[in-house]
Ligand binder design. Structure first.
Ligand code: DGT
Ligand code: CA
Ligand code: CA
Ligand code: ZN
Length: 581
């Protein structure tokens, strides 16, 4: 476990102890330990490995030291699991709701006999929460908002989580002799950032054995529907999967239909009606009489391109099918050539063991070179992000020496020195100007005080962008998909200013960030912003996350020319410089 995870675990223990109304001193001991773990500048893993006494740290007694050692060595904490077993599950669920917390969860549990999120919601709607002493109308509102967030989050999978369940299933199904063609449709094919359920389509010589094999997959947890040409199952991961076998002659029409989006399909069908046609999941049909219910002659639908051609359109890449203007573009023959992962020539944001990364600079360099990159950027955290072991000026200089040595050993790739510098609460930067001047590129990020009100947060970012050394504003909204809302920012104002100053915006590839998101990227392009795509890797393996960012960029209609790090180094280097103003 790394420091943030250790802190989270100890915090959970404190919360459960609080629910149990344990000794307040004991609860406080855990909360103090959390604060220490959050602020200590060294990974505790290293501390333990080096055999140093954890009790030397402020607020860490013997019990806490043992806990930390256990978490570092085993990756879990037995005491936490014991506690979890003592408290009703429903109460834990209530406690984790944003806007509730342990004390209030206990109160509604005891006083209103509320044992589930549904009951809590009902009580809040009836005004019974506001009537409780210590709650009031405002906290009732907050609880309702928290429940809405919680509901939305719980039900959708991140794209990479869905992939983890889907890819092995596809491999399994592809071994079925009766299957002639198999594809994933739906949001997964459109590469949306979150996935509700998986929609599979197949052509098969015989559907029934295909259905049997599908339902017999070892990971199937529940069968929701078992038909001859369609079945629905839930996998152990909780992901719901639907498989339909369709006739070959309408496969393309079915693929269009089940790929969606719904809004895209609605527009397509409207276009068909204007041309005296009807598009359905079964094909494209000539409509004979006005208002006639009888099906006309089928004029195509075996391949997707036939469906689009029937309504005068070029084939549209699935990532664009959101009714964000793609049908109009296709009608004008102006569907862009979308960026591909092979277009990227360098990765501009990554960490090493100098802060919270898991691999050394040299390991990162070798991995980037192995990917065929021409250039790369080492960007460890700055000192105010103490939890990550962020660097101060002294350690940054030490890091530069190591970068120089690694550069000498690896002439095959250009290694740029950078830092992901924290934007402090007032918009100033977490590194001295003379040190900033020594960096090849300066990356800036928001990591703290993400709850500032809109005007203040926007001003904070604007001030940071003005700083003359800054080149890239990373994961601009700081959202964590399913976990944390975006910071409140007037993004249009920020993008306009960034475009004027020549500061690039990052599209962060981490599947739980994907920040900027698709519509923001469209706006950024429209406003003439520079855009870069990078992985923010914390280990060599994560360099492969680039493809998620590329998916997102494609959803925004970006081509290789819209992204700076598709360029060769000389061009890139000129383009990434700020405007002279
Ligand atoms: P998801 O599963 O929530 O991530 O999103 P999708 O887009 O995969 O949606 P899903 O699974 O409900 O349906 C798959 C596709 O089937 C959807 O993108 C379009 C099509 N579809 C489903 N229901 C309707 C509908 O009521 N009308 C139309 N026109 N298309 C539909
Ligand atoms: Ca779906
Ligand atoms: Ca579905
Ligand atoms: Zn980073």
């Amino acid at each position: 476990m790394d420091n943030p995870e250790i802190a989270r675990t100890l915090e959970e223990v404190a919360d459960i102890l609080e629910i149990q109304s344990s000794n307040p001193f004991r609860i406080r001991a855990y909360r103090n330990a959390v604060r220490t773990v959050e602020t200590v500048t060294v990974p505790l893993r290293r501390w333990v490995e080096e055999g140093r006494a954890l009790t030397d740290l402020p607020g860490i007694g013997k019990e806490m030291a043992n806990h930390i050692k256990e978490m570092v060595e085993t990756g879990t904490l037995g005491f936490r699991d014991e506690l979890l077993a003592e408290v009703p599950r429903s109460l834990i669920e209530l406690m984790r709701l944003p806007g509730l917390g342990p004390k209030k969860a206990r109160k509604v549990f005891d006083e209103l006999k509320i044992g589930s999120v549904d009951e809590l919601e009902a009580a809040a709607r009836e005004g019974r929460i506001a009537a409780l002493p210590g709650f009031g109308a405002k906290s009732q509102e907050k609880i309702l908002a928290g429940i809405a967030d919680y509901r939305q989050q719980g039900s959708r999978f991140l794209l990479n989580e869905a992939e983890r369940s889907v890819e092995p299933l596809l491999a399994y199904l592809r071994e079925t002799p009766e299957i002639e063609r198999l594809e994933v449709a739906g949001s997964y094919r459109r590469r949306k950032e979150t996935i509700g359920d998986i929609d599979l389509l197949a052509i098969a010589s015989q559907p029934i054995p295909v259905m049997e094999r599908f339902r017999g997959y070892a990971q199937v947890d529940k069968i929701l529907m078992a038909g001859d040409t369609r079945s629905t199952v839930v996998l152990g991961s909780g992901l719901q999967v639907d498989l339909r076998v369709v006739p070959a002659e309408c496969y393309g029409a079915a693929l269009v239909y089940f790929t969606g989006s719904k809004e895209h399909n609605v527009k397509l069908r409207r276009r068909a009606v204007e041309r005296g046609l009807r598009i359905s999941e079964y094909g494209v049909f000539q409509v004979h009489e006005e208002g006639s219910e009888t099906e006309g002659e089928c004029i195509g639908g075996g391949e997707e391109a036939e469906v689009y051609a029937a309504v005068g359109l070029a084939w549209i890449p699935p990532e664009l099918r959101e009714d964000h203007g793609e049908i109009e573009l296709a009608a004008a023959g102006r569907i862009p050539d979308l960026i591909r992962v092979e277009d990227l020539r360098g990765d501009l944001h990554m960490h090493s063991t100098w802060s919270d990364g898991r691999n050394s600079i040299e390991e990162m360099v070798e991995a980037c070179a192995a990917r065929g990159y021409e250039y790369m950027v080492i960007s460890d955290h700055s000192k105010s992000l103490a939890m990550t072991g962020g660097l101060d000026a002294y350690r940054l200089r030490e890091q530069w020496k190591e970068i120089d040595e690694v550069r000498a050993r690896h002439p095959e790739i250009r290694v740029l020195r950078s830092m992901e510098v924290d934007i402090l609460g007032d918009g100033s930067l977490d590194l001295e100007d003379e040190m900033l001047a020594g960096l090849d590129l300066v990356l800036i990020s928001l990591h703290s005080r993400l709850d500032l009100p809109l005007v203040q947060q926007t001003d904070r970012v604007l001030k940071a962008l003005e700083h003359r050394q800054v080149n890239i504003f990373c994961h601009p909204t700081a959202r964590l998909i399913n976990r944390r809302k975006p910071a409140e920012l007037d993004l249009e104002v920020i993008l306009r200013r960034a475009a004027e100053l020549g500061v690039a915006l990052e599209l962060n590839c981490s599947p739980n960030r994907l920040d900027l998101k698709d519509t923001h990227l469209m706006l950024a392009k429209e406003l003439g912003c520079k855009i870069v795509i990078d992985t923010d890797s914390h280990r060599t393996r994560e360099l492969g996350l680039m493809r998620y960012g590329v998916d997102q960029a494609r959803r925004a209609g970006l081509g290789p020319e819209d992204v700076l790090n598709t360029r060769g180094f000389e061009d890139f280097w000129i383009a990434i410089q700020r405007s002279r103003m």
